[in-house]
Design a protein around this ligand. Structure first.
Ligand code: ADP
Ligand code: MG
Length: 701
């Protein structure tokens, strides 16, 4: 029975302004203090109209010589101002009566805005204005990141008051040990600014500052802020690492003659050197009493599945259960079949769990899992649902981990029941074909061990990639015929139409009909996400069995599918796909010994162009087959923000520092974070509190 929740104390309702501030994440004084300006406006100077240039943002002062309300073409106030050197006409569209009053004839005003010139002479469109006579500000005016309806003036006051409160509460006091600061000074070849000074400066820079240095974030005030942020990130990583070291997991020793060896002996191939190496790394982890936290990265087709199977074998051999989770049903099913093939002869009980299962089958599986009769459980997200109770889970494997969020990884971890020895955490093996670039690995995944399969199984021929214009579609279709004549099979992936699955489908259906007509006597199948699961499976099975020659598909085949006889991949409107997605798709071919090809059909947009970033993606695909190089280029094209994305990391991104640009500061933070945790934990605590406050840690799972 759910307990009734105690009523929360009646809180004062937030004003719309407070709500808007909250939306910007501005709650605690420190949030305000760290809400630094986007850019600055110079209101310290007044220029003469004689000296202004078109396009320039300028502040002028003069007397209103005429002020006239017009209603056509829209309501506007047209004000002419004379500053003694020239006149300027300003148009205002939204104004209150008191503002109209302040802009009436004879008043002396300051106008600030972009200067335009035309046949009307000098004009300003909706400039900011104020009544002349007050003192000019003595600092640049900061412009803060805002949400639409929050006026800058209000935000500015709120930020400055927050900064003041933070200062008074001692929140800006130094937390970085002197020794670390000295080292930072050596790295930067200048003494680092104290944090309080840096923040005051950013919110209130003096007029003679180089605005460029502030805006490109190379000013010492910025450097200090970035160093602080990176240090917080590294501290939280180091803390997570310490916390993980306290955790206990079952020891899973490698037994001579055990299941692991039996599986190896009956595989139809022998492992590559790289596979052997990563297996050893995993086996090492599994026999320690601490939970493994390892990422297995290897390019598409490098053979990660068998490594997962071997890890599972070690776990099962030690008397524990293993779970393997894949992001799509097709992929999960494929794993299930393969593992069933490999492990059933060794008398391993394998269970299967997905969302689409019939109730009866599902209940049966749940029972087998709870009783421990199922030693290996393969499935989709269904594996982490509440109802699923393992008898003794010790190893969780997540395939294509970038498709899962932190919450799902945590849920999988929570499947383990604490036992009498307090062993409460399973070992975690995550697999991905999208390698994490080094800088990201160092900062976001510092507490993650990485194993890399850097070699493909022998006998593969690299996939030849061609960029072909949509206009030559017919030639491509002819080429399909040639492939089929050689007994090969073909994938045709249809364009991705953003936000419209209906259009996606329509497109795919058309292509399917078109190919059917162009290739008489050939089985052409259509696979898309709207099909019932059973039908999807039947279609995949027919393709895997070689009964279907061409598989037309929306991107449901994106990850993991393994049909070695397929040797041609056509991707239509390739310019719409992301780079790692293209690489994943291409990885569906080149899995057998036959020479394979990938055709990227591209089409210019209405303006007759392919965007620069799309071009960069397509070129990267044409130039390299190497997943690591692809990942590097992807990082270059997209930046780490998007690459990490909330879905992938679940961690807040850096707001101030840039991993590539600030590599020096990152190195510094990486060095000092563990030292600080050991030597001055209280300062470290304060530092983390300042930067993260009540917010989530940078990395939890
Ligand atoms: P991925 O790393 O993309 O998940 P898979 O595990 O699906 O790759 O492996 C791709 C194909 O290569 C599969 O058909 C698999 O059985 C095969 N394979 C894996 N390891 C080897 C090996 N050492 N020698 C030959 N074939 C292998
Ligand atoms: Mg795979």
């Amino acid at each position: 029975m759910p307990q009734p929740q105690p009523a929360a104390p009646a809180a004062k309702p937030l004003s719309p302004m407070q709500k808007a501030l909250r939306k910007l994440g501005l709650v605690r004084p420190m949030d305000f203090a760290l809400h630094v300006p986007l850019r600055y406006e110079d209101e310290t100077r007044i220029v003469k109209l004689r000296d202004v240039r078109p396009g320039e943002v300028a502040q002028i002062e003069g007397v209103v010589t005429s002020s006239e309300l017009q209603f056509r073409p829209r309501r506007q106030l047209i004000v002419t101002v004379d500053d003694g050197t020239d006149v300027c006409t300003a148009r205002f569209f939204n104004f209150y009566p008191n503002q109209q009053q302040a802009l009436s004839e004879g008043k002396r005003v300051l106008l600030r805005g972009e200067i335009r010139t035309g046949f009307m002479g000098c004009t300003m469109l909706h400039p900011s204005f104020r009544v002349a006579g007050g003192e000019l500000p003595d600092a640049l005016t900061p412009v803060y990141p805002s949400s639409g309806n929050l006026p800058q003036a209000y935000l500015r006051r709120a930020v400055l008051s927050g900064l003041e409160r933070a200062q008074q509460a001692g929140l800006l006091a130094e937390t970085v040990p002197a020794e670390a600061l000295q080292d930072l000074g050596r790295q930067l070849r200048q003494p680092p600014w104290p944090l309080a000074q840096a923040l005051h400066y950013l919110h209130h820079p003096s007029p003679d500052v180089s605005v460029a240095a502030l805006e490109d974030r190379s000013h010492p005030a910025w450097l200090r802020l970035k160093a602080e942020e990176l240090l917080a990130q590294q501290l939280s990583q180091a803390q997570a690492h310490l916390a993980r070291e306290q955790l206990r997991a079952p020891r899973l020793p490698l037994r001579e003659g055990g299941l692991h060896e039996q599986l190896l002996a009956q595989l139809p191939f022998s492992l590559t050197a790289a596979q052997r190496r990563v297996c050893e790394e995993i086996a090492q982890d599994l026999q320690r009493g601490q939970p493994m936290h390892r990422l297995l990265q290897g390019d598409v087709g490098s053979g990660k599945t068998v490594v997962a199977a071997l890890a599972a074998a070690i776990c099962i051999d030690a008397g524990w259960q293993c779970a393997l989770m894949a992001p799509t049903e097709i992929l999960a099913e494929q794993h299930f079949r393969k593992l069933l093939d490999w492990l059933t002869p060794l008398n391993v009980g394998v269970a299967w769990l997905t969302g689409s299962q019939k109730t009866k089958e599902r209940r049966e599986m749940l029972e087998r899992i709870a009783s421990g009769e199922a030693q290996l459980v393969v499935g989709t997200h269904a594996v982490i649902q509440d109802k699923v109770q393992f008898q003794r889970l010790a190893l969780a494997i997540i395939d294509e981990q970038h498709r899962f969020g932190v919450a799902q990884r945590l849920a999988l971890r929570s499947k383990m029941q604490p036992d009498a020895d307090g062993q409460a955490d399973p070992h975690l093996l995550m697999m991905t074909a999208t390698p994490i670039p080094r800088t990201l690995a160092m900062s976001y995944y510092a507490d993650l061990h990485v194993s890399t399969i850097d070699e493909l199984p022998p006998g593969r021929t690299p996939v030849l990639t061609r960029l072909i214009s949509q206009q030559r579609r017919d030639e491509v279709i002819a080429r399909i015929g040639a492939q089929l004549a050689q007994g090969r099979q073909v994938y045709w992936v249809c364009p991705l139409i953003e936000e419209s699955e209906a259009l996606d489908l329509q497109n795919a259906t058309q292509t399917w009909e078109e190919l059917g007509e162009a290739l008489p006597g050939v089985q052409v199948a259509l696979l898309h996400s709207k099909l019932p699961v059973a039908e999807k499976k039947a279609i995949m099975a027919a393709f895997a069995g070689g009964d279907t020659g061409v598989l037309v598909s929306t991107t449901v085949i994106e990850v993991g599918v393994d049909v070695p006889n397929a040797s041609l991949m056509v991707i239509e409107h390739a310019e719409r796909f992301g780079l790692s997605q293209l690489h994943q798709l291409r990885g569906r071919v080149g899995r057998g010994a036959a020479a394979s090809a990938c055709v990227l059909l591209y089409a210019p947009n209405e303006a007759g162009r392919v965007s620069e970033t799309a071009k960069a993606r397509l070129m990267a695909m044409a130039e390299t087959n190497d997943g690591f190089e692809i990942a590097r280029r992807d990082l270059e094209i997209r930046g780490p923000g998007e690459l990490l994305g909330a879905r992938q990391s679940g961690s807040p991104l850096l707001r101030f520092a840039d991993l590539e640009q600030d590599a020096l500061l990152l190195d510094w933070a990486r060095h000092w974070a563990p030292v600080m945790l050991r030597q001055c934990p209280t300062l470290a605590e304060r530092h983390l509190e300042r930067w993260l406050g009540g917010k989530a840690e940078f990395l939890k799972a």
